[in-house]
Design a protein around this ligand. Structure first.
Ligand code: SAH
Length: 267
């Protein structure tokens, strides 16, 4: 067992947010309706790290999350990534709209997926997510969490509006290692920044694109919501294993999820 990493108790932000977020696992219409119903005025004391600690404490109490991931989540001010009207909900375990018809991943889903990445052979040995790739930057929240857990992060977003929004959000949050943000079609990966020890998709496709497999380093692990026939969408884990010089990709299927679709092209 490696020792849990320590992060600053809170990453400071420089200005007030004007962001929105949304998460997988809920339909956009429902998330938006809930957001409107629950939204409270800003100025509710969310700058306090205590609210964030409580969110992480609730996840910790479930006993199924990696402590390093919880430490990173405790350090990232999630309310800075959502629209100020939704800031009061930023520390609930819920999906919120981030604009452009997209959602920010629910904290428990982010925690679970990053835990799956950490449980891969390479990450276990290294104690870090190493060189990482995220497909679907969205508002940049998950990118901020990964940036604290990886040696280097490249994150791709196909919607220019969200790519720009994530850049602004991430600039306000002082990360020790800024992620490399790319506006492009993440289905082709980003070979110039690879190969990657960890790949995580925040949008669900029909299958795992070949480019992601090609760019997954030996010992690396990929986690992606993927269509699984009659079971709908499930989390798929793919490990790149090399035995006697021969590469194999070992696939396992995990729980059912509901992520926004992985689309092609850029907008
Ligand atoms: N990780 C994000 C969640 C964003 S939701 C966060 O923390 O906010 C998923 C995102 O994937 C959306 O912004 C969507 O535009 C993006 N997406 C969908 N298909 C994509 C593709 N082919 N390449 C890059 N991004 C894609």
């Amino acid at each position: 067992m490696s020792t849990p990493k320590r992060f600053p108790a809170s990453l400071k932000s420089a200005a007030s947010p004007q962001r929105e977020l949304l998460m997988p696992q809920r339909h956009l219409r429902q998330a938006t309706a809930d957001a409107a119903r629950l939204a409270r005025p800003s100025g509710t004391g969310l700058d306090s790290g205590a609210v964030r600690e409580r969110m992480v404490g609730r996840l910790r109490a479930e006993g199924r999350f990696d402590e390093r991931v919880l430490a990173a989540m405790a350090a990232v001010p999630r309310h800075e990534f959502v629209d100020s009207a939704l800031a009061a909900q930023a520390y609930e375990d819920t999906a919120l709209p981030i604009g452009h018809g997209q959602t920010i991943s629910k904290p428990s889903v982010v925690g679970h997926m990053l835990g799956l990445l950490f449980a891969g052979a390479g990450a276990r040995q290294r104690g870090s997510l190493g060189r990482a790739l995220e497909i679907g930057t969205g508002c940049g929240y998950q990118a901020a969490v990964i940036a604290l857990l990886a040696r280097q992060l490249t994150s791709i977003e196909r919607l220019q509006g969200l790519h720009d929004k994530a850049r602004a959000n991430l600039q306000r949050v002082a990360l020790p290692r800024a992620p490399r943000l790319v506006w492009g079609d993440g289905r082709v990966g980003h070979s110039a920044s690879g190969p990657f020890d960890s790949i995580i998709a925040a949008a669900g496709g029909e299958d795992i694109p070949q480019a992601w497999m090609d760019q997954l380093a030996p010992g690396g692990r990929l986690v992606a919501p993927t269509a699984a026939g009659g079971r709908g969408q499930v989390l798929v884990v793919l490990d790149h294993v090399v035995e006697a010089g021969v590469s194999r990709w070992i696939r396992s299927e995990h729980e059912a999820v509901l992520f926004v679709p992985l689309k092609s092209g850029v907008v």
